[in-house]
Design a protein around this ligand. Structure first.
Ligand SMILES: Nc1ncnc2c1ncn2[C@@H]1O[C@H](COP(=O)(O)OP(=O)(O)OP(=O)(O)O)[C@@H](O)[C@H]1O
Ligand SMILES: Nc1nc2c(ncn2[C@@H]2O[C@H](COP(=O)(O)O)[C@@H](O)[C@H]2O)c(=O)[nH]1
Length: 194
């Protein structure tokens, strides 16, 4: 039986976590675990595809492996979401803030393979969020949140655990991600038990 793995993609807002998740799906057929949030939908987002969009009341009804408050909204990943994805795939991905990433490492040990995304020029993140179509007041509020500053730095608990990828240049970042995925898949094929 093959050991199940979750690729946890973490880092500050705008560093490209969702972009990497879509790349893993398109290039490697690695599915995303969809999480829950109370934040309003962005233009183009779809319920059940990008997130399960919840009210503050419905959010509380799920059975979470972990949940957090991020920039004034609730976010959480359910046990069921992970189990459903692992029932059909050996490797999946999830996008989490760094608090969530730490919980996954704590709960799942080496089944969690962590990618920490960063950029050299933090000022570029504001521009990226605005380019993505986020409303200016929302961006200002998010960049003023303690979660933003916290997620710019690799937490001590992820040092020696996470692979850091600098995503200033998408072509270069993709090469690093390819190396990471190929290493992970090679390790998995060596560790398969019959
Ligand atoms: N290397 C890059 N150079 C320039 N723009 C990029 C790069 N990587 C991603 N982007 C763009 O930056 C924006 C933010 O990317 P993305 O949504 O993937 O970030 P995120 O880390 O998931 O953000 P959040 O945590 O706010 O959801 C998107 O418009 C994306 O296309
Ligand atoms: N700990 C968790 N973090 C999550 C989850 N789902 C998303 N996120 C993180 O929240 C912020 C904001 O996301 P956005 O889509 O509003 O830009 C970002 O850092 C995500 O990684 C979750 O279930 N748990």
């Amino acid at each position: 039986m093959t050991k199940k793995t979750i690729i946890v993609i973490t880092g500050a807002t705008g560093t490209g976590k969702t972009t990497v998740q879509k790349y893993l799906r398109d290039k490697y057929d690695i599915p995303a675990v969809i999480t829950h949030t109370t934040r309003p939908m962005r233009v183009g987002e779809r319920n059940g595809v990008d997130y399960y969009f919840e009210t503050p009341e419905s959010f509380l009804k799920n059975h979470y492996l972990e949940y957090v408050t991020y920039a004034h909204y609730q976010y959480g990943s359910s046990h069921e979401g992970l189990a459903r994805t692992w029932a059909e795939h050996d490797v999946a991905s999830i996008v989490l803030d760094t608090a969530g990433a730490l919980t996954y490492v704590h709960e799942l040990g080496d089944q969690a393979a962590v990618l920490f995304l960063t950029v050299d020029n933090h000022a570029s993140l504001r521009h990226r969020l605005l380019q993505r179509g986020d409303a200016e007041p929302m961006v200002t509020k998010r960049l003023a949140s303690p979660e933003y500053g916290r997620d710019l730095v690799l937490p001590i608990g992820l040092r020696g655990v996470a692979k850091t990828v600098v995503n200033d240049d998408w072509q270069l970042a993709k090469q690093k991600i390819d190396q990471f995925v190929k290493g992970l898949l090679a390790d998995k094929s060596q560790n398969t038990t019959f």
